[in-house]
Design a protein. Structure first.
Length: 213
């Protein structure tokens, strides 16, 4: 693996926050960006969608707003949530965007449109308009999003994510270790710097004990 991977879904405000925090740390460009469908991850691992668990949903939105405020990040909910993120995900595949620079610009533009401008996130016309306003060829991206290669890439991303143990987004993966959620960013940074405080022997012992039961 040449670069660590950032798995995300536009449906997740925490994926947006992770994107912004990595950008603030000037770490974002070192990642490979892989859109995945969060609902399918939940389905495969047998977890309810967060929107179906009202107390958890409400708590997580409050927490997201706290994190945004603490880090001076503007965060506004789309007009509807949950929404169908499939169009946005396909439009940000490597196939649709063709180059990493274009993929970065497209993802960044859509994050701002979805979580800072309160657009109708599930409406492809709104996505195209937001992209066009940022001098990105939204119509072309939308057309390429329906090509077989873009669809296959999204399926491949999901399969790969499940194989390495992804259970939610945002997830950072360096090829060996997973880091899930915004609050794991410091853990990721410490890990990559060789300062991981995790006691591996204790972890292995605890895991072995749990796995036996």
């Amino acid at each position: 693996m040449d670069h660590p991977i950032f798995y995300f879904d536009f449906l997740s405000p925490y994926s947006f926050l992770m994107w912004e925090l990595l950008k603030k740390r000037q770490l974002l460009e070192s990642f490979e960006y892989k859109p995945i469908i969060l609902g399918k991850i939940f389905k495969e691992i047998g977890q309810k969608n967060i929107a179906e668990i009202k107390p958890k949903r409400d708590y997580l939105f409050k927490k997201a707003l706290r994190i945004a405020a603490e880090n001076e990040i503007s965060l506004l909910a789309p007009l509807q949530h949950p929404f169908n993120s499939l169009y946005a995900l396909r439009m940000t595949t490597q196939h649709a965007t063709e180059t990493k620079e274009q993929q970065y610009r497209t993802i960044d533009c859509l994050w701002k449109a979805l979580w800072q401008s309160r657009i109708d996130a599930g409406n492809p016309d709104e996505l195209i308009k937001a992209l066009e306003e940022s001098d990105i060829n939204g119509k072309k991206l939308y057309e390429k999003a329906f090509e077989t290669e873009a669809k296959k890439e999204l399926v491949s991303n999901l399969k790969e994510a499940l194989e390495v143990g992804v259970f939610g987004v945002p997830t950072l993966f360096d090829g060996k270790e997973l880091f899930w959620g915004v609050e794991s960013l410091e853990d990721y940074i410490n890990y990559t710097k060789g300062n991981d405080p995790l006691d591996r022997e204790l972890y292995d012992a605890i895991k072995a004990s749990i796995d036996e039961n």
